[in-house]
Design a protein around this ligand. Structure first.
Ligand SMILES: Cc1cc2nc3c(=O)[nH]c(=O)nc-3n(C[C@H](O)[C@H](O)[C@H](O)COP(=O)(O)OP(=O)(O)OC[C@H]3O[C@@H](n4cnc5c(N)ncnc54)[C@H](O)[C@@H]3O)c2cc1C
Length: 548
């Protein structure tokens, strides 16, 4: 039977970091198992190919959530990468760390070694920021992070309206100050998507102690007398068993990790019995505490000449392809999300509760396809929703998708906050900077003004930012399935490291936060001393109009 010291299940954002860092120790052997195939295809390399990636079934699990009780029973499409690099190979490449107070909040809840002072050294270790290192940023890590060029007048208008509204502009939302309007940063380097597969696994794959098995579906964690001793993987109609001498490290994502735990008999006993799965460990919270960032598009019309649509007509697209093909530059090297904002919708929150991702065009669904339309839009999502959902099994058959219910808007505060978010962005677009571009609101539309109308719009249109998290919660309390080092409490030799262990979702897109968590836990697995804490100055709301 093949045997390794560590088996990492899932070569996604976290799994690639874990496999690479663990195999830095030549004394240990590491197996990285991934259900999907190679990520070496032009579609996954070219940043602007994102719309094609989103439509491709080959690199995704094709999950849907629902029926969602508060969204008129609607189902929501929930993308998730099934390919080397996992969701970091199919995501929008926006690079955000989250607010320092997110992590300080985890520490207040008992995870004392997860405050920002403990996390920052790992955020720095993992990245090479193109603008160079400083107190807040790293300069020599595997993940390349660049600032978007944002060469379009609508990005200038956004920043100008930040000044005019008094909400402010920040020069580095991943540094001293998150709050305000910003030029975006992306995991793009030399015109290429910088997934964790590219950043971490490719440089490590020549190591003789790292073995990568792609197109291999793990179907069960093998538990012997309360200890994880290996996994089973699908092998035609049968299964093959692979042994782990030290640990099984589960990195299968916020849907995949709770699913594999439950298939292995670890989870809420009633749920397991319902599917005829023998109970190995009754852990009530496996699959619970599901969080996400729910949101809606708010769109305005603009003249074609003022919108980015002018640059992506037939000739523009040919130029985009040629420029990227020859030089890896131009619009083909961008993700189009080149500016954004983190804002507070009310004074009760200590730090931004709404994220706005700006596009210098709008998109409309025509015959099932999103087509660009002259205008500009904000995808706005709620950063720390109160509603919680769950992931359960549909069947004991490993190939069946999990049953996902987000329960978005089940806590009425979320609806109130999203409505406030729409009102806030309308205030911003009412600033003088937008006068020459704004040709009228498209959605929700100028007639949608009352609370009831805006609430109905949100219920009808609500989608997600694809940030599922929290389903195998890390916590200092004994009910939390994993402890502060990702160790599974009820089963020895088993660790979980991915978005599922986030106790509370952070104010950011999740790729960078998940990478940071994997970097930090990798040191713990290897028994390396933790990096020294980094106590930096960060923006707090009392310094409201800080100009930095
Ligand atoms: C469409 C989309 C756009 C996004 N845009 C951004 C963005 O711009 N910026 C950002 O920061 N974040 C973004 N995100 C979110 C971010 O990419 C994810 O939160 C993050 O990648 C999650 O990392 P993970 O390690 O938890 O899971 P994943 O990266 O999903 O890794 C899980 C891996 O495990 C594999 N796996 C699962 N089950 C098994 C099994 N049984 N056997 C073998 N392998 C298995 C999967 O195939 C996958 O490769 C986006 C997400 C999506 C879906």
């Amino acid at each position: 039977m093949p045997t390794y010291d560590y088996i990492v299940v899932g070569a996604g954002t976290a799994g690639c970091v874990m496999a690479s860092r663990l195999s830095e120790d030549p004394a240990v052997s590491v197996l990285l198992v991934e259900a999907g195939g190679s990520d070496r295809t032009p579609m996954l390399i070219m940043p602007a190919a994102l719309p094609f990636v989103y439509q491709s079934k080959r690199v995704q699990w094709g999950y849907r959530s629902g029926p969602e009780p508060e969204l008129d029973g609607r189902e929501i499409d929930e993308k998730s990468g099934r390919v080397m690099g996992g969701t970091s190979s199919i995501n929008a490449m926006i690079f955000n760390r989250g607010n320092p107070l997110d992590y300080d909040g985890w520490a207040v809840d008992g995870l004392v070694e997860w405050d920002y002072a403990h996390c920052l050294p790992y955020f720095k270790r993992m990245e090479t920021f193109a603008d160079g290192p400083d107190e807040w940023r790293g300069g020599s890590g595997p993940m390349q992070v660049s600032r978007s060029e944002a060469k379009h007048r609508l990005y200038d208008a956004l920043l100008e309206s930040g000044e005019q509204s008094g909400l402010g502009v920040t020069s580095d939302h991943n540094g001293y100050r998150q709050e305000g309007m910003h030029i975006a940063q992306a995991s793009i380097h030399r015109g290429l998507r910088w997934s964790t597969s590219r950043a971490y696994v490719r440089p490590a794959v020549r190591r003789s102690n790292l073995h990568v098995l792609s197109k291999t579906h793990a179907t069960r964690i093998v538990i012997d007398h309360g200890t994880a001793v290996g996994i089973e993987v699908a092998d035609g109609p049968g299964v093959t068993r692979i042994s782990a001498r030290r640990e099984v490290v589960l990195c299968a994502g916020a849907f995949g990790s709770p699913k594999l735990l439950m298939l292995s008999g670890i989870g809420p006993a009633d749920e397991l019995r319902r599917h005829g799965i023998p109970v190995v460990a009754d852990v009530a919270q496996v699959g619970q505490n599901l969080q996400n960032h729910p949101g809606v598009d708010v769109q305005w019309a603009a003249d074609h000449s003022d919108s980015l649509t002018a640059a992506i007509g037939v000739i523009g697209r040919a130029r985009l392809a040629a420029e990227w093909g020859l030089l890896r530059r131009g619009l083909g090297a961008t993700n189009f999300f080149e500016a954004g904002a983190f804002l507070r919708t009310n004074d009760q929150v200590a730090f931004p509760d709404m994220q706005y991702e700006f596009l210098a065009l709008t998109r409309r669904l025509v015959n099932g396809r999103l087509v660009p339309v002259p205008g500009f839009q904000f995808w706005m999502d709620l950063s720390r929703p109160h509603s919680r959902g769950h992931v359960t099994l549909r069947s004991a058959y490993p190939a069946a998708p999990p049953h996902i219910v987000f329960n978005h808007l089940s806590d009425p505060r979320d609806l109130t906050d999203l409505v406030a978010g729409i009102r806030l962005i309308r205030e911003i677009v009412a600033q003088p900077a937008w006068t020459r571009y704004n040709r009228g609101e498209l959605t929700p539309g100028p007639d949608v003004t009352s609370d009831a109308e805006l609430e109905a719009f949100v219920r009808r249109k609500l989608g997600t930012s694809y940030h599922p998290s929290g389903t195998v919660r890390m916590g200092a309390d004994v009910e939390a399935p994993v402890d502060a080092a990702g160790r599974f409490r009820a089963v020895a030799g088993l660790r979980v490291v991915d978005a599922s262990i986030m106790p509370k979702v952070v104010t950011a897109n999740l790729n960078a936060p998940v990478m940071m968590m994997a970097e930090k836990i990798a040191d713990q697995v290897l028994g390396r001393p933790a990096l020294a804490t980094d106590h930096v100055d960060v923006y707090r709301r009392t310094q409201h109009q800080d100009s930095r």
